[in-house]
Design a protein around this ligand. Structure first.
Ligand code: ZN
Length: 474
């Protein structure tokens, strides 16, 4: 095992967007769906989180060391942090007196920071974390409520501030180190690779490193007791071997091994369709609690125990969360309004998986889905669902139908090349619908641009193109 030094945490720098102009910033701020979360004043390079969790009391003590760069001249810096108490705050090593404004932490800066200046923040904080109230229910850090006092994080889209101070924007992506201390006998799982485990008396510190870059809402920590299954998969596009590691409660072991058992096959298929797997590892984490939905936490998707039954009833969701590692996590959203780029792709990945198993073809699923959408009457403009409806079924279903309409029109070879090209062009970055339309319509702009406009921008549901024999099968 190696130890990660803070000096190593520089990779994110080259991947961050260039300094935004004041006009860009104003425009983006005005248009965002959740303007109270995140700031464009700075961009984050890395989070180094040292966390101690006491399960019996449900108490978290944390120290966040954050490296960032000012996007404009700054006299104060904003972070998102909910519920937890700040004990000490420093900017560039100098103690500052933080202000709190609802779920904002405002750090005054002793000497104004010029645009482009790198700086550090160190926040010592703690308390009893819990989910935050959002339009989508209570999300973020949560306790499993089982006998092992486990915890989980399912933060999409607005729950990240429930456990660490962050710049909570989907396009502010950074590198992470998690140093998590739990009682001996408990485990801590986080994004990326376990680089060190160290016992000290009655506690154990688990250190993870994830180069990412990763948006705050995809950061995850799971504590409790888990059994693990390690698997190997081959990346079809590069030949690289990737090691996967699933975790689940021991008593669910036979069912979980079965339900998650086809991930290496998915991995081989997805790397063929979507291109190289973007991260160093992957695993499904099943927590000892019921969850409404799994969440695609980066390299460590979370499933509820209710998603495991030993009969692969929810295998489409296993596929869905894996697809998100390309589309949603590696290629992130510029803003939540463009969420169809995550959910339409992950849903279409489910259909492709079904087709590859010889079950329902993507075409038959798309036609059935189209009829369901048609019966609903007035459609949703999926590129502008509204902040409260970003998880509306139509975003998923019409988004996937949009991709199927493209596939039928372009033919398989061009369609899959387009999917791979989209990931290749925006890997580790973030993108929006306009960029996708420009990318996808490039082979036949006269045909594909109007097609995409009708599917993406017009609430009326367009007809699905007829399949050309031999063209729509993979
Ligand atoms: Zn999804």
């Amino acid at each position: 095992m190696t130890r990660c030094s803070r000096r190593a945490v520089i990779r994110g720098a080259a991947l961050m967007p260039l300094t935004a102009t004041a006009e860009d910033q104003g425009q983006r701020r005005a248009e965002r769906y959740f303007p109270t979360h995140g700031t464009y004043d700075h961009r984050t390079l890395s989070y180094d989180l040292s966390l101690t969790y006491e399960p019996a009391a449900g108490v978290l003590r944390g120290r966040a060391h954050i490296r960032a760069v000012a996007n404009r001249p700054l006299r104060q810096v904003e972070l998102d942090l909910a519920r937890l108490t700040v004990h000490d705050a420093r900017v560039d090593g100098a103690v500052v007196r933080p202000g709190r404004r609802r779920n904002k932490l405002v750090l005054p800066v002793r000497y104004p920071l010029a645009a482009g200046t790198p700086f550090t923040m160190e926040i010592t904080y703690g308390g009893r974390p819990g989910p935050v109230r959002t339009p989508f229910g209570e999300i973020g850090w949560d306790r499993t409520g089982d006998a092992n006092d486990g915890t989980l994080v399912a933060a999409q889209p607005l729950g990240a501030p429930s456990w660490f101070p962050c710049n909570d924007r989907p396009d502010d992506k950074a590198e992470y180190i998690f140093r998590v201390t739990v009682p001996r006998g408990h485990q801590a799982l986080a994004n990326g690779t376990l680089v060190e485990r160290r016992c000290t008396g009655a506690t154990e510190c688990w250190t993870y490193h994830h180069a990412g870059p990763m948006a705050p809402y995809l950061a995850a920590l799971y504590t409790g007791r888990f059994t693990h299954n390690t698997w190997e998969a081959r990346d079809s596009s590069t030949g690289r071997r990737v090691t996967g590691r699933d975790a689940y409660p021991a008593r669910l072991s036979p069912q979980a091994r079965h339900d998650l058992g086809r991930q290496p096959t998915m991995f081989a298929a997805f790397t063929r369709w979507f291109g190289p797997y973007p991260f160093e590892t992957y695993g499904a984490v099943v927590v000892d609690a019921d969850l409404d939905q799994p969440v695609e936490n980066q390299t460590a998707s979370v499933f509820g125990r209710n998603h495991i039954d030993g009969e692969r009833t929810w295998e489409t969701l296993v596929a869905h969360e894996l697809v998100h590692q390309w589309y949603g996590n590696s290629v992130s959203l510029r803003d939540w309004r463009d969420i169809w780029l995550n959910e339409g792709f992950a849903t279409y990945g489910e259909w492709l998986w079904s087709e590859s198993l010889g079950e329902d073809s993507a075409d038959s699923i798309a036609r059935a889905t189209w009829h369901t959408l048609a019966q609903r009457g007035t459609g949703l403009r999926i590129t502008e669902p509204g902040p409260d409806r970003i998880f509306d079924d139509q975003v998923y279903d019409r988004g996937a139908c949009t991709l199927h309409a493209l596939r039928l029109t372009m033919g398989d070879d061009r369609f899959f090349a387009m999917l791979r090209g989209w990931h290749h062009a925006h890997r580790s970055g973030s993108a929006d619908t306009a960029a996708f339309v420009a990318h996808a319509s490039r082979p036949m702009p006269n045909v594909l641009e109007p097609l995409l406009h009708s599917w993406l921008y017009d609430p009326r549901l367009p007809p699905l193109p007829r399949p050309e024999p031999g063209k729509a099968q993979s």
